[in-house]
Design a protein around this ligand. Structure first.
Ligand SMILES: *[C@@H]1O[C@H](CO)[C@@H](O)[C@H](O)[C@H]1NC(C)=O
Ligand SMILES: *[C@@H]1O[C@H](CO)[C@@H](O)[C@H](O)[C@H]1NC(C)=O
Ligand SMILES: *[C@@H]1O[C@H](CO)[C@@H](O)[C@H](O)[C@H]1NC(C)=O
Ligand SMILES: *[C@@H]1O[C@H](CO)[C@@H](O)[C@H](O)[C@H]1NC(C)=O
Ligand SMILES: *[C@@H]1O[C@H](CO)[C@@H](O)[C@H](O)[C@H]1NC(C)=O
Ligand SMILES: *[C@@H]1O[C@H](CO)[C@@H](O)[C@H](O)[C@H]1NC(C)=O
Ligand SMILES: *[C@@H]1O[C@H](CO)[C@@H](O)[C@H](O)[C@H]1NC(C)=O
Ligand SMILES: *[C@@H]1O[C@H](CO)[C@@H](O)[C@H](O)[C@H]1NC(C)=O
Ligand SMILES: *[C@@H]1O[C@H](CO)[C@@H](O)[C@H](O)[C@H]1NC(C)=O
Length: 467
């Protein structure tokens, strides 16, 4: 009604107050002007979409001509203020996992301008994301993940719409200014990530993983100051990590895995003080691990594996007291394992395999009491296996193969009774197999070949598997 006040001459409004039926007229005029404010037109838009579906799922059997859409499965209405009236309008459309097979473009979003919440994830929707979705200026949650959508993400999603007739909020017409959650994961969307997404400054979650998106990450993502969750993995994104995203200090989860990202990890990543999940794995990232990573005190998952990272493991990694998953495997990391890694008391997964790590396995690794997976294989590690590894009683996989480890197998390993896989092959291990290995009742795979080991293991476990 605010808008009407602005558009209608004041005498018209006064005149209307005297004539009650005129209010209806006003409502009609409003509905016409703002493309379907009436519940009737929202009702029709939903029914028309149902009619285009090959075989509407059982969830949609309540979607009928003679019932209110506010009563339908997956549809919710709310009363909105329109002057002195409080008409009910369709605000939520939520039918995830419903096996809806149809074209999303057949749903006329222009006729549903009051939607605040859309969850049509995990259906079989095909076609493109219609640009008209960008006119839903009340929308706060859009989930179209796990469908078969194709084409580009329309730039209208973040742009001021030209069509002044769409969208109910004047001044912000046709912009998803209220969008907080945008999930378009696991579709077949292609093209660039539109720069205009940087206008969606209320976003706290942006998940686009599992598509065919290409080109660089737009710098404009650095404007999304409320972003807590940015997941762009499994696309064809190239170019460097824009430094602008290191400004997003609310970020909790950043995943860029499985792309073609190049260039270094910006040291400014250390500004993301609230980060608890950082996954940059399976890209073409070069340069060293910046010591600033050690500032990420809340991190519990750090995966930089399968890149072209060089240089040493910075001792500052030992500051990440909450870390439970550390994977730096399949890079070109050099130098020794810093003793500070032994401070990571919550670690349960440590993978440093397939690098050029030198020096010994430090006794400090025996402090990692929660470790269940330790992989140091395929490096240039020397020295002997420390007795302290026998303290890792939660361990079920120990891979030390393809190094230059010498000395005997310590009997203390017999304390690691949860061990299922013990790979020590292709080293220079000497001596005989200690009796205590016979305590490893859960062991299924023991690989000892290409060492200088004497004796036989047949006397231990019939279940043992020798390669
Ligand atoms: C979509 O809805 C708008 C507003 O109700 C209407 O003007 C337009 O004609 C509709 N489009 C189609 C294709 O039905
Ligand atoms: C909603 O459905 C119930 C029964 O399922 C019915 O009693 C009620 O009248 C319906 N309300 C509207 C507004 O259609
Ligand atoms: C999708 O829905 C099906 C049931 O319709 C369910 O089995 C499957 O786990 C769901 N997948 C996701 C990713 O939600
Ligand atoms: C959709 O399916 C997934 C996986 O089975 C499940 O986690 C989720 O809760 C389901 N969503 C709804 C609304 O049923
Ligand atoms: C309806 O949408 C609002 C956000 O606009 C959301 O908070 C609420 O959970 C949704 N309700 C349902 C049942 O999906
Ligand atoms: C939105 O983003 C685009 C591209 O970054 C920009 O051109 C436009 O001015 C921005 N602002 C609005 C209000 O659309
Ligand atoms: C980070 O934010 C500050 C303040 O908002 C701004 O001045 C600066 O240009 C931003 N840096 C980048 C790299 O976007
Ligand atoms: C770890 O192992 C060593 C040698 O096996 C032992 O001397 C030490 O007491 C153990 N430490 C803890 C904390 O269990
Ligand atoms: C661990 O193994 C060593 C050597 O086999 C043994 O002396 C020690 O008692 C064991 N410790 C525990 C806690 O089982």
């Amino acid at each position: 009604m605010q808008t009407l006040r602005r558009k209608m001459p004041p005498f018209f409004y006064l005149w209307c107050l005297l004539l009650a039926p005129c209010l209806l007229l006003l409502e009609e005029a409003h509905a016409a002007r703002y493309g379907g404010a009436s519940l009737r037109s929202q009702h029709m838009a939903l029914l028309r979409w149902k009619a285009t579906l090959a075989s509407p799922p059982p969830q949609m059997s309540s979607w009928l001509e003679n019932t209110s859409p506010c009563n339908w499965t997956g549809v919710m209405c709310s009363a909105i203020r329109r002057g002195r009236r409080m008409p009910r309008v369709v605000t939520n459309l939520s039918l995830p996992n419903a096996s809806i097979t149809g074209n999303l473009g057949e749903l006329n979003f222009s006729a549903l301008p009051f939607l605040t919440y859309i969850d049509l994830s995990n259906n079989s929707l095909h076609g493109a994301i219609p640009a008209s979705i960008g006119s839903l200026s009340s929308l706060s949650h859009l989930d179209l993940g796990f469908n078969n959508l194709k084409g580009q993400i329309p730039s209208e999603v973040g742009c001021l719409h030209q069509d002044m007739r769409s969208g109910p909020i004047p001044g912000e017409i046709g912009k998803l200014v209220n969008l907080q959650f945008l999930q378009l994961t696991n579709n077949a969307l292609s093209g660039l990530i539109p720069k205009s997404l940087g206008n969606l400054t209320q976003l706290n979650t942006l998940r686009l993983y599992g598509n065919l998106l290409s080109g660089p990450m737009p710098l404009e993502l650095g404007q999304l100051i409320h972003l807590q969750d940015l997941e762009l993995g499994s696309n064809h994104i190239s170019g460097p990590i824009p430094i602008s995203i290191t400004n997003l200090t609310e970020m909790r989860r950043l995943s860029l895995t499985r792309n073609q990202i190049t260039g270094p990890i910006p040291p400014e990543v250390g500004n993301l003080a609230k980060l608890n999940h950082l996954d940059l794995s399976k890209n073409q990232i070069t340069g060293p691990i910046p010591p600033e990573v050690g500032n990420l005190a809340k991190l519990n998952h750090l995966d930089l594996s399968k890149n072209q990272i060089t240089g040493p493991i910075p001792p500052e990694v030992g500051n990440l007291a909450r870390l439970n998953h550390l994977d730096l495997s399949k890079n070109q990391i050099t130098g020794p394992i810093p003793p500070e890694v032994g401070n990571l008391a919550r670690l349960n997964h440590l993978d440093l395999s397939k690098n050029h790590i030198t020096g010994p396995i430090l006794p400090e690794l025996g402090n990692l009491a929660r470790l269940n997976h330790l992989d140091l294989s395929k490096n240039q590690i020397t020295g002997s296996i420390p007795l302290e590894l026998g303290n890792l009683t939660m361990l079920n996989a120990l891979y030390l193969h393809e190094n230059q480890i010498s000395g005997p197998i310590p009997g203390s390993l017999g304390n690691v009774t949860k061990l299922v896989e013990l790979y020590l092959h292709q080293n220079q291990i000497t001596g005989s197999i200690p009796q205590e290995i016979g305590n490893l009742v859960n062991l299924k795979h023991l690989m000892l070949d290409q060492n200088i080991i004497s004796g036989s293991i047949t006397e231990f476990q019939p279940a043992l598997f020798l390669a």
